[in-house]
Ligand binder design. Structure first.
Ligand code: GLA
Length: 712
């Protein structure tokens, strides 16, 4: 209901400009929507329809055909994958869209909102194609708004966020698939005739098997520093579809909510706003593409994107469910000594009738366990604060174990299919967030945890996806709304949380990387990329996430996973948002010193790694090592990371992004014990010399790493 209300309110707000301008604006024949180096070129045909010129073919002024329609609707002539398919109130399954006008609103310096109006000549049915351009970042946000005033509801059967035309030859698609603890495996392929579909049909934890982010390169396989590339990232945490329809003369990219089983009944005067598609363009390869996307993300894609992140100690890998007040409180002193700034208490702190001592019980009963935490969370938070640490808490508000008081009291609150045996995943079920009582309940859970005095951090987890998508709240003929209404209600809850707790830092987690997208991330500070914390796997995974997400949003914790040398694990974590998940009491003195050294090095460089620009230098996939560097905005400092994955020969690493004329002093940070110093340690060179001649790193054997600071 709440979601519906916000839908309607939004409808009122956005309707007026659309109607008002359609008559006021002069009709241009051709126009472009663009940024500094990116342009979408449109043309209004003599038939009144809106056409797009394929991206990157700016000189092409040949007369467009129906295949070039900018947002093709189904049922009246268009024969391929449509952007829109509608059943009108009278049952007519065809839609035609004619151009009505364009408005451009200057929102801020370098930021413009462009709305193109389209209207069906036979029905009071409209679509606004919306674009927010970020000139300097070369980023365009795109979405569509659909509304009508027909005498009854219309059925939206397909409603793309974006429809984008590319030339038919030589376009390479890189996308990312995976599974729990194995996220973000890149696959690159040429787009060939037929339709390639990347999608998710699992609604919640929707990205477990594939992320809704991809890269299109127009000049053959992309490299870091050359080629025209377009990154696409759908800001949607639910089921998505990205379709690449090669129709011979064109490639049409269609992205948005997954139309699968998702018919949406839109009432008159309501507006359906699609999720936002984020595009980032570069004429200079993948590096430029991600640097621009990261710059945009720091401003608009995450919270407090100009605030470097603190060092976290998390107890999950160290204690699992096995802890009590004493065991946790005993971690604080060693945590502080080693330099940690923030402690996060993970799963297992709640449940009494059904204590949460493993993942089989207690989820849903958010009262602190009386045996483990006799006086609740507040004394533990206070103990952390007394030791000079911030305190954080794990919650999973959307879920319930059947073994819980919540389920005993409200069996009808879960998403399930009547008459079917309940299917559990991780022994749990998803609460039906379309139901108002569930929305209130989940808010109480969040508010109850984050409102504890001394809590300044929260981890919001989500550990299963939907397999039996039935809602006892939605009417029988509105079951297909579940996929979309769930996500709208989720965002309303996340938004409320961010507003109520503006100073509380939040981590987005979903059994690892099951929910990593800019739709949710804008309410959060960081995400948990994977439950796989083996640093060898993380070198590649963090590289692949870094195409789209800045390192400051990417949580990377030092653990014993994979039994790698701690120096290597620390170095990998230092290249993102650094955390530890170790039982400090069990570390040897040498390992403790390595961790303390890594923490102080991280604190020294985080201004550079979090606020600076990323240059991916050596791709670690199928290679003996990986390397990257970050350069501060004023280019006065840089940090180079080299991760040796197999034995190698200590070949020079060539940093990028330095100021050629500036002189930098070379210094290895937190050098590994018993290893020879860098040959160039303490010496100064110009940026030009460093970029040309490189630096000999101190690592060459498998699982050695080297972190080098270059400072003016
Ligand atoms: C998920 C998260 C982990 C941890 C556990 C707790 O798997 O990804 O980091 O919080 O849940 O149950």
């Amino acid at each position: 209901m709440r979601a519906l209300f916000s839908l309607t309110l939004h409808a009122l707000l956005i309707t007026l400009p659309l109607f008002a301008v359609a008559t006021a604006a002069a009709t241009p024949e051709v126009f472009a929507i663009g940024t500094r180096s990116f342009a979408l070129n449109f043309e209004v045909g003599t038939d009144g329809r809106l056409y797009q010129h394929a991206l990157g073919t700016d000189g092409d002024r040949s007369k467009p055909s129906r295949n070039d329609e900018a947002y093709p609707p189904a049922g009246d002539g268009y024969i391929y994958e449509p952007a829109l398919r509608v059943v009108h109130a009278d049952g007519n399954t065809s839609t035609d869209l004619l151009y009505t006008g364009i408005t451009r609103t200057n929102e801020a310096a370098g930021r413009e909102l462009v709305r193109i109006g389209l209207r069906d000549p036979a029905y009071p049915f409209e679509v606004a194609l919306c674009f927010r351009t970020h000139r300097d970042d070369d980023v365009v946000e795109q979405w569509s708004e659909i509304r009508h005033s027909e005498p009854g509801s219309v059925q939206l059967e397909r409603m793309a966020s974006a429809s984008m035309l590319l030339p038919p030859t030589n376009v390479t698609l890189t996308h990312f698939s995976g599974d729990w603890a194995d996220e973000m495996n890149p696959v690159s392929e040429l787009i060939t005739p037929g339709t390639k579909v990347l999608d998710s049909k699992i609604g919640v934890r929707a990205h477990q098997f594939g992320n809704p982010s991809f890269i299109l390169s127009l000049d053959g396989p992309a490299t870091e520093n050359s080629g025209r590339v377009l990154a696409g990232s759908l800001a949607w945490s639910g089921s998505f579809q990205c379709a690449f329809d090669h129709i011979g003369s064109r490639v049409r990219v269609l992205t948005g909510v997954n139309p699968y089983a998702s018919t949406y009944h839109l009432k008159p005067a309501e507006t359906f706003t699609t999720p936002t598609m984020i595009w980032a363009w570069s004429n200079n390869g993948l590096g430029g593409m991600s640097r621009k996307l990261h710059a945009w993300a720091r401003d608009f894609g995450c919270r407090d994107g100009h605030q470097p992140r603190e060092v976290m100690l998390n107890n999950w890998e160290a204690t699992g469910f096995d802890f009590d007040f004493e065991r946790i409180a005993n971690l604080f002193e060693p945590a502080k000594q080693i330099g940690t700034e923030l402690f996060l208490l993970d799963d297992g702190w709640f449940g009494n009738k059904f204590p949460r001592v493993n993942d089989g019980a207690g989820l849903g009963d958010w009262q602190p366990n009386r045996r483990r935490l006799p006086n609740g969370l507040a004394p533990l938070a206070a103990a952390a604060v007394k030791h000079g640490l911030r305190f954080g808490i794990w919650i999973e508000p959307e879920m319930v174990n059947p073994k819980s008081e919540l389920f005993e009291q409200h069996p009808d609150w879960v998403i399930r299919q009547p008459l079917r045996e309940l299917e559990l995943q991780r022994q749990q079920l998803t609460l039906d967030l379309t139901r108002p009582e569930v929305q209130d309940f989940e808010w109480q859970v969040i508010d109850g945890a984050l409102g504890v005095p001394g809590v300044s951090y929260g981890k919001w987890d989500c550990n299963r996806y939907l397999t039996q998508p039935g809602s006892s709240w939605l009417a029988a003929d509105r079951q297909s709304h579940l996929w979309i209404d769930y996500v709208h209600a989720l965002y309303a809850l996340m938004d409320k949380t961010a507003r109520a707790y503006p100073k509380t830092e939040l981590m987005l987690c979903s059994g690892g990387g099951g929910r990593v997208d800019y739709g949710a991330l804008k309410y959060f500070h960081e995400f948990w990329p994977s439950d796989n914390t083996d640093p060898v796997r993380r070198v590649r995974m963090q590289w692949d996430y870094s195409y789209f997400f800045p390192g400051m949003t990417l949580a990377s914790h030092v653990t014993h996973a994979g039994n790698r040398p701690l120096h290597f694990a620390c170095s990998v974590a230092m290249s993102a948002r650094f955390g530890m998940d170790l039982d400090l009491a069990k570390l040897s003195a040498q390992d403790k010193a390595v961790c303390a050294g890594a923490i102080s090095a991280y604190q020294r460089i985080r201004e550079v790694t979090h606020l600076g620009e990323l240059f991916r230098l050596e791709r670690p996939h199928d290679a003996a090592r990986g390397a990257l560097d970050f350069v501060s905005p004023d280019q006065a400092r840089a940090v180079v990371f080299v991760f040796q994955l197999k034995d190698g020969d200590a070949a020079v690493v060539r940093p990028q992004g330095l100021a050629p004329a500036m002189r930098y002093t070379v210094r290895e940070l937190n050098p590994a014990p018993h290893r020879a110093a860098l040959p160039q340690e303490g010496q100064s060179f110009t940026g030009e010399a460093l970029m040309r001649d490189g630096i000999v790193p101190s690592c060459q054997k498998s699982l050695e790493a080297c972190v080098i600071e270059l400072a003016r």
